[in-house]
Design a protein around this ligand. Structure first.
Ligand code: PMP
Length: 406
């Protein structure tokens, strides 16, 4: 395999050429959402110029083209994740995907005395739906704790997989700490105890070569906008038997076989869960995004991000009073940090004036920040299209702003 020309890759992203406050943009908020290569941007234009129609309802040529494009995106995603296409429910993103599991799978099954095991490092999207289910069923939430380096306490996790635990919700990769959880091993342990597993793959799909079938989980959720695709695209993968057993969550057109006021016959999965007009153009864009990522190669992307992470970590550690949260071995390219004597929001605001986009706050993970006893952190999250030069500019800008605030 040839070497990737990262400068050329970067040139595929029109937005990265722009300036912010008169400075060249340094975009380090990739865990929040990724930027989009030209191939994805122009796929949107092309779809609306030439192919726009609704899916499945029409026999005319455009309707067929739109339906084929939408279904082709499903097949492409199946190949990207290594799962079967008829086990993939297309939806607006991880938030919807996890809520679908909560309302269709968990709500009818859980009851008082049952426990839902949720890891400390989850995004609110993998906490709040379970709290809503717990409230309505009488089930309880139990927290799987982490260790100071930001990895899951696996011994404690396995000890807490007691007979009352029906469901385990865990992130593949943490959006705050970058921790890559050993989901294959975790799901094997859960399965041995009859516990159903929901893996939040939001932060894994953009950075790792995934083999979702090989993980051995029951549900896996992804979101397209972090994978260089358009916002409002994502999917839930579920084992076929589970999808077959699940009642629809949202009712409407497309998800039925027959409707009468005497009773309605629902469509088969995955269409049973896709009521209404989907984000057709968005999925066309996600298809282009996956082609783009695979053209570079997910292994090359992981390796590139690993190099950028090592560079950034080393440079940041040289800053006096800077503390990094999460240093689990093999972590993904996400760095949460604080600088002594400076508020995260103040630093982020000053960094923005230097053209550097980082996130500050709680990153939709309040319980995790509570563990570390801090109200907010800054987060620099890297993508393969970032450069070593950008990292140097980010660290220099941080040095400058830190001195201003000190
Ligand atoms: N889980 C994780 C780990 C995330 O990082 C995010 C996005 N910040 C989500 C869930 C929610 O994704 P979305 O808003 O695209 O549904």
């Amino acid at each position: 395999p040839g070497q990737v020309d990262w400068e050329r890759v970067r040139a595929d992203f029109p937005l990265l050429m722009r300036e912010v406050h008169g400075r060249p943009l340094v975009y380090l908020d990739n865990a929040n959402t990724s930027q989009k290569p030209l191939a994805v941007v122009s796929s949107q234009d092309e779809f609306y110029r030439r192919h726009n129609a609704n899916v499945s309802r029409a026999v005319h040529a455009l309707g067929t083209e739109a339906t084929e494009a939408y279904e082709a995106s499903r097949s492409r995603l199946a190949r990207f994740l290594n799962v079967r296409a008829d086990e993939l429910v297309l939806c607006s993103g991880t938030t919807f995907a996890i809520n679908l599991v909560a309302y269709s799978w968990a709500l009818p099954r859980l009851k008082q005395g049952d426990t839902i095991l949720v890891s400390r490092m989850e995004h609110h999207a993998n906490i709040v739906p379970w709290q809503l289910v717990a409230e309505r069923t009488g089930a309880r939430i139990r927290v799987a704790e982490i260790l100071p380096d930001g990895s899951l306490d696996l011994d404690a996790l396995y000890r807490s997989m007691t007979g009352d635990v029906k469901l385990l919700a865990v992130a593949h990769v943490s959006n705050v700490l970058g921790t890559v959880n050993p989901v294959r091993e975790i799901c094997r342990e859960a399965r041995r105890r009859g516990i159903t597993t929901v893996v939040d793959g939001s932060q894994a799909a953009p950075h790792l070569r995934l083999d979702v079938a090989g993980i051995g989980c029951d549900f896996y959720a992804v979101t397209g906008h972090k994978m260089c695709g358009p916002t409002g695209t994502g999917a839930l993968w579920a084992r076929r038997e589970l999808l077959q057993e699940m009642p629809p969550f949202i009712g409407g057109g497309e998800m039925i076989k027959e409707v009468s006021f005497e009773g309605t016959v629902f469509n088969d999965p995955p269409h049973r869960f896709e009521a209404g007009t989907p984000n057709i153009a968005g999925f066309v864009g996600l298809h282009a995004a996956m082609d783009y990522l695979d053209d570079i190669g997910m292994e090359a992307i992981s390796a590139r991000e690993g190099e950028l992470l090592a560079h950034a970590t080393e440079a940041l550690q040289a800053i006096p009073g800077l503390r990094i949260f999460g240093n689990a071995p093999g972590k993904a390219a996400v760095i949460s940090f604080l600088v002594e004597g400076a508020h995260a929001h103040d630093l982020a605001t000053l960094l923005d004036l230097e053209g550097v986009a980082v996130r500050s706050g709680q990153h939709c993970a309040h319980p995790l920040l509570q563990y570390f006893g801090v109200a907010a952190t800054l987060r620099a999250s890297l993508a393969f299209y970032n450069t070593h030069d950008e990292i140097d500019r980010f660290v220099a800008a941080l040095e400058k702003t830190r001195r201003l605030l000190a």
